[in-house]
Design a binder for this molecule. Structure first.
Ligand code: IMP
Length: 188
C-alpha cells in the first residue's frame, strides 16, 4: 500500500514514513497546490485542502495539518504555527511566555485521507508544556520547546524513534493506517 502525502516539509515526510512503515504502508511525496482555509481547527483545514485535491488526484492522497495551541496565549499560535515559527521563532514564543506560570500546550495533528472519493479525517493530540528554554537536537520546528505530559523531556531530546511512537502525528497516522488496513482486507 502507498499513500501520497501533500507536503513540502521533509521532516514531516520522514516522520510519516517511519510511522507507517510497520503497517507496510509506503509514503510518496505529492507536489500539489494546497488550498489552506483560515480556521482555528486543523481538522477543518486539512479536510478542506483534501477535498480540493481528491477530485484531481484520487484516492490515497493525504493532507496533514498541525497546530500548537498554548493555553496562556489563548491557543496561539494554533494553526498559524508555521508563520509564527518563521517570524518570531522559538525565542519569540518563549518571550511571550516570560513569567507565565501556566505553560500548558497541546499539539494537534489532522490527517485527511481521500478514500472511495470521500475525505476521512484522523486526529492526534498530545498535551504537554512549553519548556523554559530550547533543549535537544532531534526533530524540527517546536520540538526543542515541547515537553509531552509526564515525560520531562522535550520531543527534541526524546529523538525520532520515541517521538514517532507517541507524537500527535503518530496518533493521527496510526488511526489512518488502521483504516487503510481495514479497507484493504475488505477488498481482499
Ligand atoms: P503545518 O502548518 O502543519 O505545516 O505546520 C506548522 C508548523 O508547526 C511547522 O512549520 C512546524 O514549525 C510546526 N510543527 C508541525 N509539526 C511539528 C512537530 O511535530 N514538531 C514540532 N513542530 C511542528
Amino acid at each position: 500500500m502507498r499513500i501520497r502525502l501533500v507536503t513540502s516539509n521533509p521532516h514531516k515526510l520522514a516522520e510519516v514514513s517511519q510511522i507507517l512503515a510497520p503497517y507496510g504502508i509506503e509514503v510518496e511525496r505529492l507536489s500539489a497546490e494546497k488550498v489552506e482555509i483560515q480556521h482555528d481547527d486543523v481538522a477543518e483545514i486539512a479536510r478542506r485542502a483534501a477535498e480540493n485535491l481528491c477530485a484531481q488526484y484520487g484516492d490515497y492522497v493525504v493532507v496533514e495539518d498541525t497546530g500548537l495551541y498554548i493555553e496562556a496565549l489563548g491557543g496561539f499560535p494554533g494553526p498559524y504555527a508555521e508563520y509564527v515559527y518563521r517570524t518570531i521563532g522559538l525565542s519569540g514564543v518563549l518571550k511571550l511566555l516570560e513569567g507565565a506560570a501556566n505553560r500548558r500546550a497541546v499539539f494537534k495533528c489532522a490527517a485527511a485521507l481521500c478514500l472511495g472519493g470521500r475525505v476521512e479525517v484522523f486526529l492526534g493530540e498530545v498535551r504537554g508544556a512549553i519548556a523554559q528554554a530550547p533543549r535537544g537536537t532531534g526533530g524540527f520546528g517546536y520540538d526543542p520547546i515541547f515537553v509531552p505530559e509526564g515525560l520531562g523531556y522535550t520531543y527534541a531530546e526524546l529523538g525520532d524513534d520515541v517521538k514517532n511512537k507517541i507524537s500527535h502525528r503518530a496518533q493521527a497516522f496510526s488511526k489512518l493506517a488502521a483504516r487503510l488496513t481495514a479497507a484493504a482486507s475488505k477488498r481482499a
